[in-house]
Unconditional design. Structure first.
Length: 156
């Protein structure tokens, strides 16, 4: 009997751990960017620091969570196709010649990410959908909003 309880508790913990790691992410933008949607290839270029300007001419800056964090696991797989260490090296290389205006800024939390995107013209970031506030614009990716079927950054 005790063995079944321990096994059941272990399964519940494993389920919640997996569910916690499978977050739905949203692409958010500074409201002044004037962008409402991006394609997946364009998002990959932004995330890799390969796009320096929005179509309007405004500078692009990606605000990102730490690539080693569990929240970024899905982003590493679907956008970068790299490990956390490889993405850290990519960020360093992308920012190397841009000391006064980095291509990618790493922050420690969804709250810090949202504050940075909200206060930085040209900024964009990937954040847990349940952290979204009214001070930013949620962008469509491939004509889909977060939580719509077919959205590319759906966690499950």
């Amino acid at each position: 009997m005790l063995g079944r309880c321990v096994l059941g508790l272990g399964l519940v913990i494993a389920f919640w751990t997996t569910a916690a790691n499978a977050k739905d992410m949203a692409l958010v933008s500074n409201q002044s960017n004037g962008v409402t949607q991006v394609s997946m290839p364009y998002l990959v270029k932004i995330c890799k620091g390969q796009t320096h300007r929005w179509p309007s001419g405004k500078s692009v800056i990606l605000i990102s969570l730490n690539p080693s964090s569990t929240e970024m696991r899905m982003v590493l797989e679907r956008i970068y196709g790299m490990s956390g260490d490889e993405v850290k090296a990519l960020i360093s290389a992308a920012n190397h010649s841009r000391a006064n205006h980095p291509a990618i800024v790493v922050v420690s939390s969804d709250k810090a990410l949202l504050e940075a995107v909200e206060s930085t013209p040209g900024a964009v970031g990937l954040v847990d959908v349940y952290s979204i506030t009214g001070g930013i614009t949620v962008l469509k990716i491939e004509d889909k909003l977060p939580l719509e079927a077919g959205y590319p950054l759906h966690g499950n």
